[in-house]
Design a protein around this ligand. Structure first.
Ligand SMILES: Nc1ncnc2c1ncn2[C@@H]1O[C@H](COP(=O)(O)OP(=O)(O)OP(=O)(O)O)[C@@H](O)[C@H]1O
Ligand SMILES: [Mg+2]
Length: 587
């Protein structure tokens, strides 16, 4: 079962690769003509040598034969160089195109895919895939083709001298092909296992690198090395298995083809051939032996590369679950009214619903706060609103339009989000700040930074806006990252602003300043705030209390206090500084 599916994959991805190459068919045609010409010239060299020997006595046409023979040596070299050059004309743009395609597809894949992926493993798959593109191209279109032509020419010339020899050659070829096919299937399986082990090793390396801070906190450098060592155990085992299949192939194919070629040579020597024929047959047979080994190496190399290419190109076949509609609707002149209508949600692979029939209306221009214990589903509501996932049931509407009917990019461009844990690109402050509005003017950028209370900090830096923030923004403090993320969202100037714990890392003074700016911005738009600190949410138009996957209370701060429900209890506890676990359990 496993083997037959491997066989299918092998063909499928080679075919996919060929279809990608077909875009360059004109260049390919020129390349192939050159290859065919070059190889025919090279293989027929033995024939011209025979002609030289045969005409040594009569001297008839000797100059012509010698001329052709010389051309096959000198010209062959030039043609070979030309063919490499022509191959590059196809390969370089092709490699770039495939890499860009795979990258774009990866960027477009669902949030759920990115949650599951392992960056280290993926990068190793990318690297192998890239190598495989070059390898397969050269092996399929250059080497394999060359070997086949060369075999064809040899066979023809040999048949001309002795049909029996040609027959033995064909038999040898077929026997070897069967053995190769059988051995390569095994080789492919071991390669796949090795690739998995290799990806795991890369995954561990990347994971340790990303978490270097935690490693340092716990002085766990040695432990990380041991962890890597463990994944290397399997790597070594699978690599040995992979390597062993090669040894078996070398021995089997080498013995069979070696014996076969010797048999033909023996026939030639014991026959009544002239010197010229003998030289040609010997030349062809020894050439054939190497060609045959070459063919075998090429097929082996192709097989290896297809497993690499498979992992790379299968990204292109991955399906996006959160799809854009066929005929997307566009909201002109958005008001910013949001409605959650009986929304239930279950994370993929999870068993328990995070949200159960949540219904909620946020009016145009209203400011709303989501309150609830950690893990209640506040951030999940935002992810659903941005359509990172499809709701399991129910509907989310913006201005009365189901968000499933909008293009995802249109939907997301309506909203500016300051995430719970903002991360930055390993680039300059300016690059990060203008990520939501690339061509923003300096005055606008400064204004957004001022509102987010980060302007002074930026302008006080030696390199100011050009300051690099490090990987994921590591060179910034938590609060600076948050303020930069706030400035980024404000600069984009969206109709709907979402703050997910956006000020949790800030000191009270910064928080107050940002809140002031926030309320100013909020006048013109719909705002959703998630916060644990009640001081932040007092002033909103509506507070929504989430618990056990549902909305349990809604209302203004004063109303909720008057109602004397969960919110009121929490408020009392927090304002008295007694916000305890017991209180958390209430919501
Ligand atoms: N990608 C995911 N896959 C599976 N489960 C998830 C995923 N993201 C979140 N969850 C689970 O969903 C639940 C709700 O998470 P969510 O992030 O919405 O909580 P929250 O209310 O924002 O909490 P906090 O106040 O701590 O930020 C949690 O139990 C969490 O473990
Ligand atoms: Mg959250």
């Amino acid at each position: 079962m496993a083997l037959s599916s491997n066989k299918m994959e092998f063909v499928k991805y080679i075919w996919k690769f060929i279809s990608l190459v077909s875009k360059y068919r004109l260049r390919m045609a020129v390349f192939m003509v050159v290859i065919i010409f070059g190889v025919t010239l090279e293989t027929s060299r033995s024939y011209w040598l025979k002609m030289i020997i045969d005409s040594l006595e009569t001297r008839e046409n000797l100059g012509l034969y010698f001329g052709i023979f010389s051309f096959s040596i000198i010209g062959g070299n030039l043609i070979s160089a030309l063919s490499y050059h022509l191959a590059d004309k196809v390969l370089i743009p092709l490699a770039r195109e495939i890499r860009e395609k795979v990258f774009q597809k990866m960027m477009e894949l669902d949030f759920a895919y990115h949650v599951e992926k392992n960056t280290g493993s993926l990068i190793s798959a990318f690297r192998r895939g890239d190598g495989a593109v070059f390898n397969i191209f050269h092996n399929v279109f250059r080497e394999l083709l060359a070997v086949m032509i060369s075999l064809g020419v040899s066979l023809y010339l040999l048949y001309w001298v002795s049909p029996l020899m040609a027959l033995i050659l064909v038999g040898l070829f077929l026997i070897n092909m069967v053995i190769i096919w059988w051995l390569i299937k095994r080789n492919l399986g071991t390669r796949r296992e090795f690739n998995k082990a290799e990806d795991r090793v890369s995954g561990v390396i990347a994971d340790s690198m990303i978490n270097y801070e935690t490693v340092k906190f716990f002085a766990a450098e040695k432990r990380e090395r041991q962890r890597l060592g463990k994944s290397f155990d399997n790597w070594v085992k699978t690599l040995w298995n992979f390597g062993l299949t090669f040894r078996i192939m070398d021995i089997t194919i080498g013995t069979v083809s070696g014996a076969g070629t010797l048999l033909i040579m023996w026939l030639a020597l014991s026959g009544s051939f002239g010197v010229g024929d003998l030289v040609m047959v010997t030349g062809l047979i020894t050439g054939f032996y190497w060609q045959f080994f070459n063919l075998f190496f090429r097929i082996r190399d192709i097989a290896k590369s297809t497993t690499d290419l498979e992992k790379y190109l299968e990204i292109l076949d991955m399906e996006t679950k959160v799809k854009d509609p066929k005929r997307p609707m566009k909201i002109e002149g958005l008001n910013g009214e949001i409605e959650f209508d009986k929304v239930s949600f279950l994370y993929p692979k999870n068993k328990q619903m995070v949200l159960r029939e949540v219904s909620l209306k946020i009016k145009d221009g209203e400011s709303v706060a989501f309150v609830g214990r950690s893990g209640a589903g506040k951030t999940t509501l935002i992810k659903l609103l941005l359509r990172f996932y499809n709701v399991s049931s129910g509907q989310i509407k913006i201005d009365g339009v189901d968000i499933k009917k909008m293009r995802k990019s249109d939907l997301r461009s309506l909203m500016g989000v300051v995430p719970q844990e903002p991360v930055m690109f390993n680039n300059s402050i300016e690059f990060n700040l203008t990520y939501g509005k690339e061509n923003a003017k300096r005055a606008e950028i400064r204004e957004a930074a001022r509102k987010a209370n980060i302007l002074e900090f930026i302008e006080g830096l030696p390199k100011k806006w050009k300051t690099e923030v490090g990987e994921r923004g590591i060179k910034l403090s938590g609060g600076q990252k948050q303020r930069l993320a706030i400035a980024r969202a404000m600069l984009a100037d969206p109709k709907i602003l979402i703050f997910d714990e956006a000020t949790s890392n800030l000191d009270s003074e910064s928080e107050k300043m940002i809140q002031k700016a926030l309320w100013e911005v909020a006048k013109k738009r719909t705002v959703i705030i998630i916060a644990h600190r009640f001081s932040t949410i007092r002033n909103v138009d509506k507070i929504v209390v989430l618990s056990n996957g549902g909305v349990v209370e809604t209302g203004k701060h004063e109303e909720l206090i008057k109602n004397d429900g969960i919110y009121a209890k929490l408020w009392t506890l927090q304002s008295k500084g007694k916000y305890t676990d017991k209180a958390e359990k209430l919501i």
